[in-house]
Design a protein around this ligand. Structure first.
Ligand SMILES: Cc1cc2nc3c(=O)[nH]c(=O)nc-3n(C[C@H](O)[C@H](O)[C@H](O)COP(=O)(O)OP(=O)(O)OC[C@H]3O[C@@H](n4cnc5c(N)ncnc54)[C@H](O)[C@@H]3O)c2cc1C
Length: 424
């Protein structure tokens, strides 16, 4: 089995693993990374800091940093209790720089959450929004006269449903259904396929000419997220110029085009930083060596390669990502069998009512860490000197209900990488 030496091994290629690899490579570390692309492709492309706390009250926060401070004060074990606002901003800043270098821009109000209209017409509180969605955030806020378009045969998105559910909240929103150019050959009609087609100038020109006759009194035009897979910023700019109004995308149901954009950008570009990315590879074992390093074995079906690394970042996610596994009695951490914080009894995993506003205790199970994000045991002792756990694998957070998924992922990854660098 070939053996390579690296500074850091990152297990996982979700947002947490990808950002850890970016931070580490930018700090001059040699990095090997393995995983499939996890939940990125299912994500909406929206980046949360902190939206809801306490979850039982479903209290929404306008200022994500005040929400984060409240969480850190009320929940001393929450991952946000280990990091500062400045670190979250720095982590996001470095991630945005990387994404922007390859054409994916984000927009936000620094000290405020924004409301994004979802594909079912509800409002989602989030912080950073793909630039292609920003005009929609502003148009919704200001009740701007806008035209929301959907397409014949596209089951993923109904403009009428969005407008009906929003009702008076966006009373100046009207809707229209048109046939997407050359869609007769698309079977089925999916946003991913439409986005691919939008990379062609010919398709875009046909679309503009279908929309232009309907712009009387309209100040903004919305479409489901289809503005290309690789150059959404350029397509947005061109479309706004051609139509003479603001243009925006709305998120669609997973797996969505914004998720695909993130996936393809990370997978295609992370090697430009020198990261040795082993896509669709699974890590089978991580063994501490006597010299303080770790031997990592990995491969597609079985271990076929070995890396000896000075440190390991575990960004393996939860049940969906594969970092946690639940048998009939316990929840286990799948790669290193690390201690997992979990309810004492399986009976307590779920509350009787599936829709209980407090959520379910199983959603906060995970790996407990110290302030450097090193896993600790039940006595609070660090388990491995240079192993770090980051992202949704962490205990004491219910990111889905609290609306803090990507914020935790990037902040924990940055703190872990900087702690590793400081330990060298
Ligand atoms: C439907 C959906 C919508 C979301 N919407 C938002 C949103 O609007 N805003 C927001 O901020 N966040 C959102 N998120 C959350 C966000 O996308 C991430 O889930 C979160 O940031 C945590 O990601 P992660 O990298 O920790 O884990 P994951 O994305 O689960 O990644 C885990 C990775 O670990 C790898 N892995 C596991 N075991 C092994 C092994 N043995 N060897 C190698 N690799 C392994 C997997 O292959 C995968 O690459 C959403 C998530 C989902 C699923």
């Amino acid at each position: 089995m070939p053996v390579t030496e690296r500074d850091l091994f990152v297990v996982g290629t979700g947002i947490a693993g990808m950002s850890a690899a970016v931070y580490a490579a930018k700090r001059g570390l040699s990095v090997c990374q393995a995983g499939s692309t996890g939940e990125i492709v299912f994500s909406s492309g929206l980046f949360d800091v902190m939206g809801v706390h306490p979850v039982a009250e479903k209290k929404l926060w306008e200022n994500p940093w005040e929400a984060m401070a409240a969480v850190a004060a009320d929940m001393p074990d929450h991952p946000y209790a280990h990091v500062t606002r400045e670190e979250v901003e720095k982590a996001y800043g470095e991630l945005f720089d990387f994404l922007s270098e390859f054409g994916l821009e984000y927009r936000m109000v620094k000290d405020a959450n924004s409301k994004v209209v979802t594909p079912i017409g509800t409002e989602k509180t989030t912080w950073a929004v793909p630039a292609t969605m920003w005009a929609g955030v502003e148009a919704f806020k200001n009740n701007t006269p806008a035209l929301l378009i959907d397409f014949e045969g596209l089951r993923e998105f109904s403009a009428k449903q969005v407008a009906t559910t929003l009702g008076d909240k966006w009373s100046n929103l009207k809707t229209m259904r048109i046939e997407f150019p050359d869609s007769a050959s698309m079977k089925p009609i999916l946003t991913g396929i439409m986005a691919q087609a939008m990379e062609l100038k010919e398709t875009r020109e046909k679309l503009y000419s279908l929309i232009k006759p309907h712009l009387d009194g309209v100040e903004a035009v919305g479409v489901p997220a289809i503005l290309g897979l690789y150059t959404p910023g350029e397509i947005l700019e061109e479309m706004e110029k051609e139509l003479g109004v603001k243009v925006f995308e709305l998120p669609t149901l997973p797996a969505s085009v914004p998720g695909m954009r993130l996936k393809s950008l990370f997978e295609g570009r992370i090697s430009t930083l020198g990261v040795d990315l082993k896509l669709q590879h699974k890590v089978f074992s991580i063994t501490p060596l006597n010299d303080g390093r770790y031997e990592v074995t990995f491969g597609v079906q079985a271990p076929t390669e070995k890396v000896v690394a000075k440190g390991v970042v575990l960004a393996t996610g939860r049940f969906l990502g594969g970092g946690l596994f639940a048998d009939r009695h316990h929840i286990v951490e799948t790669v290193m069998n690390l201690p997992v914080s979990q309810p004492a009894d399986r009976e307590e995993w779920h509350r009787t009512d599936l829709l209980d506003p407090r959520g379910h205790k199983v959603s906060s199970a995970g790996v407990e860490v110290d302030s450097s994000f090193r896993p600790v045991d039940e006595n609070g002792e660090v388990v491995h000197e240079r192993v770090y756990a980051v992202g949704s694998l962490l205990a004491h957070q219910d990111w889905m209900r609290m609306k803090c998924g990507t914020g935790i992922a990037v902040a924990s990854s940055l703190r872990a990488v900087e702690a590793f660098v400081a330990q060298q």
